[in-house]
Design a protein around this ligand. Structure first.
Ligand code: ZN
Length: 257
């Protein structure tokens, strides 16, 4: 099967729509969502609905759980916290119900699992896998934990990465970013498809991956979408905050055209 792996859609309808459109072209059999369907942007209901309509296997991220009151956004930054409070008001009951049912971890089969943030100390939606120590700790769980597997797809950092662990150490497969395509061999892997709705690697295009669960090939994709439209809606709801110069710069750039 060809599995489309998406993460961190963050209520960005324009990005999600552009990504879903790509799936037909790439003969995707199934969609897997690694969480944070909502938060930051202005279309949480539409995004939850579209993922459900696509039959996606979905786990929850910290924004999803905060949006339904399962956690409080105490550790969130001000823009994220504001997005949680806005999303709580905007989310329809049926979508709240959907998000409330999700766990933060799932197994696809005996070799592959998915988690929103990290596997250590137990699978969670909290710890960014952005330091060598944390990556090593999650690899230990992947290799020796109760739910051991060969490959874990994760999100939360909003940056596409492939980390491989052989007998004694872990390394990223590229010094920056990801290879366009990689075949996962008999090492252990932590793979992040990047973020659909809010990439944090300097490339604004939506990011996702396609994983072939027979060949173990992973291909990474970037897709352009109508970002101006998305940002305008977010701004209209006060979701961009006023301490994000990058966002403000992006908006004023659009305003000039
Ligand atoms: Zn996120």
């Amino acid at each position: 099967m060809r599995l489309a792996i998406v993460s961190d859609v963050h209520a960005n309808l324009e990005a999600l729509t552009a990504v879903l459109r790509e799936f037909d072209r790439h003969a995707v059999d199934r969609v897997i969502s690694l969480g944070d369907a909502v938060g930051y942007h202005a279309n949480p209901n539409e995004c939850v609905d579209l993922l459900a309509g696509a039959g996606a296997l979905t786990i929850a991220g910290n924004h999803d759980r905060a949006a339904v009151g399962a956690i409080e956004p105490d550790e969130f930054g001000s823009v994220a916290r504001h997005a949680v409070l806005w999303t709580r008001r905007a989310l329809l009951p049926e979508h709240q119900e959907r998000l409330r049912e999700l766990g933060v971890f799932a197994r696809l089969d005996e070799r592959v699992c998915v988690v929103h943030a990290a596997l250590h100390p137990t699978p969670n939606d909290r710890y960014h896998l952005s330091t060598a120590a944390r990556i090593a700790a999650s690899f230990a769980v992947l290799r020796f934990g109760d739910e051991s597997a060969r490959v874990c797809f994760y999100g939360h950092t909003h940056v596409a990465r492939v980390h491989r662990h052989d007998d004694d150490h872990a390394r990223a497969l590229a010094s920056k970013g990801v290879p366009r395509r990689v075949t996962l061999d008999d090492g252990y892997y932590l793979v992040n498809p990047g973020s659909v709705g809010q990439p944090r690697d300097g490339d604004d295009r939506a990011s996702f991956a396609i994983f072939d669960d027979r060949s173990f090939d992973v291909e990474f994709f970037r897709v352009a979408y109508d970002r101006e439209r998305c940002l305008r809606k977010a701004a209209a709801h006060g979701l961009l905050g006023d301490r994000r110069p990058a966002w403000r710069r992006a908006l004023s750039r659009f305003a000039r055209h």
